[in-house]
Design a protein around this ligand. Structure first.
Ligand SMILES: Nc1ncnc2c1ncn2[C@@H]1O[C@H](COP(=O)(O)OP(=O)(O)OP(=O)(O)O)[C@@H](O)[C@H]1O
Ligand SMILES: [Mg+2]
Length: 269
C-alpha cells in the first residue's frame, strides 16, 4: 500500500501521515515513512528528538551519495541507471514509533523538466519505493499543489487530500484533486481534519461531494494533539479522539487495499 498525504499548509498532513505510519507499524507491517516536504518535520512525529532529526542528511542534499550514484564527472553528464535498494537500507532511519524514515530534501529548481543528478536520484528512489518494494510507504508531501507537477507522488495507490473546514484549505484541496485526476493516481480521497462541530462535518461533506471524491474520514479537533504540536512531542496513542479516528481510517485503507488486491488476483485468473 502506497499512500501520499497532501493539502494546504498546516492542515495536519504530517500528523496524519505520521499517525498512519505508526498505526501500520504497530500492527506488524513493515513501513517506510517518507518526508517529501522541503521543510521536513515528520521525524518529531515519529518520536525522534530535535537533535536526532537535525543530524539526518536529506537524500537530495547528500552530495557524496548523489555523486556516487550518478557519477557526475562533467557538468550536465551523469549516469541514469543506478542501484537504489542500498539507499533505503543505509539511509532509512529507524524511529521510536516503528517506521523507517527517509527524508528526501529539496532539489533546487526541481520542475518536471529538471534533469539534475539529485532529481534523477529522488525520482528513481520514489519510483522504486512505490512500485518495486513491498513495504507500506507513506509520503508526507509538501504543502500546496506545486509538487504534483514534479510527479513525486505519481505512482501511489491512494492520494489522501487533507482539509480542515476553512475555505482556503478546501480550495487548495479542490485544486489538488483536479490536478491529481489529470495524473495517473487512481484513488483520491478527502480527509477532514480538526473538525470541531457538525457544521464543519457538513462543509467537508459538501466539499467531497462537489469534488466527487470519498470523504474517507473526519478527524476531530483534539486538544491533546494541539498540545503535542506546542511541545513538539509525539501524539500519545489513545483509543479516543483523533488517534482513534486515524486508526479507523487506517483500517478502511487496509480493507480497500485488500479488496483491490483480490480483484486484481481475480482478474488475472
Ligand atoms: N485533529 C487535530 N486536532 C488538534 N490539533 C491538530 C489536529 N491535527 C493537527 N493538529 C495540529 O495542527 C498543527 C499543524 O499540523 P501538521 O504539522 O501536521 O500540519 P501540516 O499540514 O503537516 O503542516 P505543514 O504544511 O507546515 O507541513 C500541529 O500543531 C498539530 O499538532
Ligand atoms: Mg507537515
Amino acid at each position: 500500500m502506497k499512500i501520499a498525504v497532501c493539502g494546504k499548509g498546516g492542515v495536519g498532513k504530517t500528523f496524519i501521515a505520521g499517525s498512519l505510519a505508526e498505526y501500520f507499524s504497530r500492527h506488524g507491517q513493515s513501513v517506510i515513512a517518507i518526508d517529501a516536504d522541503s521543510s521536513p518535520n515528520l521525524a518529531l512525529s515519529l518520536g525522534l528528538t530535535v537533535g536526532e532529526a537535525s543530524r539526518i542528511v536529506p537524500v537530495a542534499e547528500n552530495e557524496d551519495l548523489i555523486r556516487l550514484k550518478t557519477r557526475t564527472d562533467y557538468s550536465g553528464v551523469f549516469r541514469l541507471t543506478f542501484t537504489i535498494d542500498d539507499i533505503i537500507e543505509k539511509y532509512a532511519v529507524k524511529t521510536p514509533a516503528g517506521p523507517g524514515l527517509l527524508i528526501m530534501g529539496t532539489v533546487k529548481a526541481m520542475g518536471s523538466g529538471c534533469t539534475c543528478p539529485a532529481h534523477s536520484v529522488i525520482k528513481a528512489l520514489m519510483r522504486h519505493l512505490v512500485v518495486d518494494r513491498d513495504e507500506i510507504v507513506i509520503l508526507d508531501m509538501e504543502a500546496g499543489i506545486e509538487h504534483l507537477g514534479r510527479g513525486t507522488a505519481e505512482h501511489v495507490d491512494t492520494l489522501i487530500v487533507v482539509s480542515d473546514a476553512n475555505r482556503k484549505s478546501r480550495e487548495t484541496a479542490s485544486s489538488i484533486i483536479r490536478l491529481a485526476r489529470e495524473s495517473a493516481i487512481l484513488d483520491i480521497c478527502l480527509v477532514g481534519n480538526r473538525v470541531a462541530n457538525p457544521r464543519e462535518v457538513e462543509i467537508l461533506r459538501s466539499c467531497a461531494e462537489e469534488n466527487q471524491v470519498l470523504l474517507a474520514a473526519y478527524i476531530p479537533y483534539d486538544s491533546d494533539v494541539a498540545d503535542a504540536g506546542i511541545t513538539g512531542d509525539p501524539v500519545r496513542i489513545t483509543d479516543s479522539g483523533a488517534p482513534a479516528a486515524i486508526a479507523g481510517l487506517a483500517r478502511n485503507l487496509e480493507a480497500a487495499n485488500e479488496e483491490k488486491q483480490s480483484k486484481t488476483r481475480g482478474d488475472q485468473r
